[in-house]
Design a protein around this ligand. Structure first.
Ligand code: FES
Length: 182
């Protein structure tokens, strides 16, 4: 049985590890979608992950304000949402660049040169090839991140640039892809 923690007038503060987003705002259309989404679950709390995905997809990352907004919407304490953000690595706690380069590192791509490709991109943007998680160039334009299988294992190594999918990505092809990012 799920235990529902009722919200209190003074919500418990969450650890100060999430970036604040002074411009945080949920567009009306998105809020309407979210309200509809919540109705699909027998308990509001069960929609927590879906709301996190929805805000990340639309706003780029999960800020402190996003955690508080979701908690309020689901009648939970912010810590209930914060613990999901810090547990699941797919939730970004920092803004990403205009171009998000996702390099698959699962077996076929790893064997096909994904690590060298990731290193090449990191060097290109002055990032630490051994750093963990998504890293963004100083100008805020490019984010490079390892991801797991992108479901095209026969055409390794595979890379996504925002929503565009690229197969058999050599270093030269990666340079071309980046060159097309304006
Ligand atoms: S292993 Fe890279 S797409 Fe499957």
């Amino acid at each position: 049985m799920n235990v529902i923690i009722p919200p209190t007038a003074n919500a418990q503060p969450i650890p100060d590890t999430l970036q604040s987003d002074p411009k945080f705002a949920v567009p009306k259309a998105l809020e309407a979608e979210i309200d509809e989404l919540i109705t699909h679950y027998p308990q509001k709390r069960s929609a927590s992950l879906m709301l996190l995905h929805a805000l990340q997809e639309n706003l780029g990352f999960i800020s402190k304000e996003a955690v508080e907004w979701i908690a309020k919407k689901l009648e939970l304490q912010p810590i209930n949402i914060y613990e999901l953000v810090t547990f699941y690595p797919m939730f970004r706690q920092k803004p990403i660049g205009k171009y998000h380069l996702k390099v698959c590192r699962t077996l076929s791509c790893a064997l096909g040169g994904a690590h060298e490709l990731h290193k090449h991109l990191c060097q290109k943007f002055g990032l630490d090839a051994h750093g963990h998680g998504a890293q963004t160039s100083k100008d805020g334009k490019y984010t490079v991140e390892f991801v797991e299988c992108l479901a095209s294992c026969g055409t390794a190594p595979v890379l996504m640039c925002n929503e565009d999918f690229h197969e058999g990505v050599s270093h030269g092809k990666a340079d071309q892809i980046v060159g097309n990012c304006k």
